[in-house]
Design a binder for this molecule. Structure first.
Ligand code: TRP
Length: 471
């Protein structure tokens, strides 16, 4: 029996709107800000290769599982898990997936918003022509000046949270459609312009080699599980927006007719292409201007403005670029709020406006920790063979991407194929019992969970939790 439930929160008007919305959630700071700096911190090509494997073998199958659960339950992730568990005669503890997701969502949004705030600040700086003729040192100073001023960070963070709350309080479907239909393709075009500039730099080949050719010598003093696999796995979850219910709630608005398999591949391809383009645009600049690839979270904010300062029409392109990046971050941030907001509407009888405001206040407050992590509260520790300098921000980031999201994904996979009946999932995916269904089932049953578990166990063995202490 195909589930006849419909969502109280409405439905996407077509399959393409779902694909666009989910791509809007997936493509964001994760691709353009987080991916390049992790590549730089974790040794280049080998990290990229492992990342791609994680996306295909773990990310896509889990994304399919997450959407499938969402569409079958048609409620907030917490209530979806509760309904599905009851339907399959399982324990109500499965709701935990939803709860963990809500917590991860708040933590991610709290720092995501601060970084989106940097993007806002850079729209104005670039627009004012601040980077014309800038070199590496100048650009670095500009960045340091911004992050060492908590008041500025707070102001931009506040603006971004308000922006996100406004969209979520009107329902994610309205504004999202236009934003993703026009702005995502525009972002893609600008990335291509950046790639064009990167091609004109002296060290283009060096950048590309760094990005795509694994250099095992560089990895000699690294531990493969802890330093490469775990951050790559975490980035796959982060970039695809999986493991915390964001894609589950988007799946709950998806019509019964739409093919989950096709949708997921489309989203994953779009997401991965944006990350690769960002890498291609950034690393040649890093090498040409003698910057440090392992420059940490400031990497794109230091490298890209140099390019804008050098290229023809740089001020125009740069301003546009940061505006589009802001939109990409915006369409991601709303998906981080949506699971908590739908739960508040369903269970606490709140209006959408009230629920969004309430959730926004929580994320805003938690964001203060990140605001201070770059200045007053900064401290260093080492993680995965990398020196992290921004205390709680780094801890939040590692805790969510490398721990909470993979655990969430693992539980989703276990629920979908070890606990739910084969009949229910086959029905929901609409694949019958054909080869695609079996391939999916095999990867969610064995490959993805064991991948996550093996990486976790090895990584923990190596941290010995000791390498993870304050220096
Ligand atoms: N994927 C987004 C990005 O790359 C961030 C994001 C949105 C996210 N929703 C999420 C990450 C849910 C993890 C879980 O910028």
């Amino acid at each position: 029996m195909i589930s006849k439930r419909s969502s109280v929160h409405g439905q996407w008007s077509s399959r393409w709107v779902f694909i666009l919305a989910a791509t809007g959630s997936a493509v964001g700071l994760g691709n353009i800000w987080r991916f390049p700096y992790l590549v730089g911190e974790n040794g280049g090509g080998a990290f990229v290769l492992v990342y791609l494997i994680c996306v295909v073998l773990v990310g896509v199958p889990i994304m399919m599982a997450e959407i499938l659960l969402g569409r079958r339950g048609r409620q907030s992730p917490i209530n979806t898990m509760s309904i599905l568990a009851a339907e399959e005669g399982l324990s109500q503890y499965w709701q935990l997936i939803g709860w963990m997701g809500v917590i991860a969502g708040f933590i991610i949004l709290s720092y995501y918003s601060v970084i989106a705030g940097w993007t806002l600040a850079y729209i104005f700086r670039t627009g004012a022509g601040a980077f014309i003729g800038a070199d590496g040192g100048f650009s670095k100073n500009m960045f340091t000046e911004l992050v060492s001023d908590p008041e500025k960070l707070l102001a931009w963070h506040t603006i971004f949270i308000v922006m996100s709350v406004v969209i979520v309080s009107r329902g994610v479907k309205g504004g999202l459609e236009i934003a993703v239909k026009f702005l995502m393709p525009a972002l893609l075009i600008l990335l291509l312009v950046m790639v064009g500039y990167a091609m004109s730099t002296e060290k283009f080949l060096e950048g590309i080699t760094y990005l795509f050719v694994p250099d095992f010598e560089r990895l000699a003093d690294k531990n493969f599980f802890a330093d490469i696999l775990l951050p790559a796995l975490g980035q796959a979850f982060f970039s695809l927006s999986i493991g915390m219910g964001a894609i589950m709630i988007y799946g709950s608005y998806l019509s019964q007719k739409s093919s989950i398999t096709f949708n997921c591949f489309t989203i994953a391809i779009a997401d991965t292409s944006v990350a690769m383009l960002a890498g291609i645009a950034i690393f040649p600049i890093v090498f040409t201007y003698g910057l440090e690839p392992a420059g940490g979270p400031g990497l794109i904010f230091i490298t890209l403005p140099i390019a804008f300062g050098q290229m023809p029409f740089g001020t125009l392109f740069g301003t546009l670029f940061f505006i589009l990046l802001l939109f990409a971050a915006w369409t991601s941030a709303i998906s981080l709020l949506e699971p908590a907001v739908t739960w508040l509407i369903e269970n606490k009888n709140m209006s959408r406006i009230k629920a969004s405001t309430f959730a926004g206040v929580i994320a805003w407050t938690l964001g203060l920790v990140t605001v201070l992590s770059f200045n007053h509260w900064a401290f260093s520790f080492s993680f995965a063979g990398v020196d992290k300098e921004n205390g709680f921000f780094d801890i939040f980031d590692i805790l969510t991407s490398n721990i909470l999201l993979p655990i969430g994904g693992l539980l989703i996979a276990i629920f979908a194929v070890w606990r739910m009946s084969r009949k229910s999932t086959a029905e929901e995916l609409g694949l019958g019992d054909n080869i695609s269904y079996r391939a999916w089932r095999f990867s969610v049953r064995y490959v993805a969970p064991f991948g996550v578990i093996v990486i976790f166990l090895n990584a923990i063995g190596v941290f010995k939790l000791l390498g993870f202490v304050e220096q």
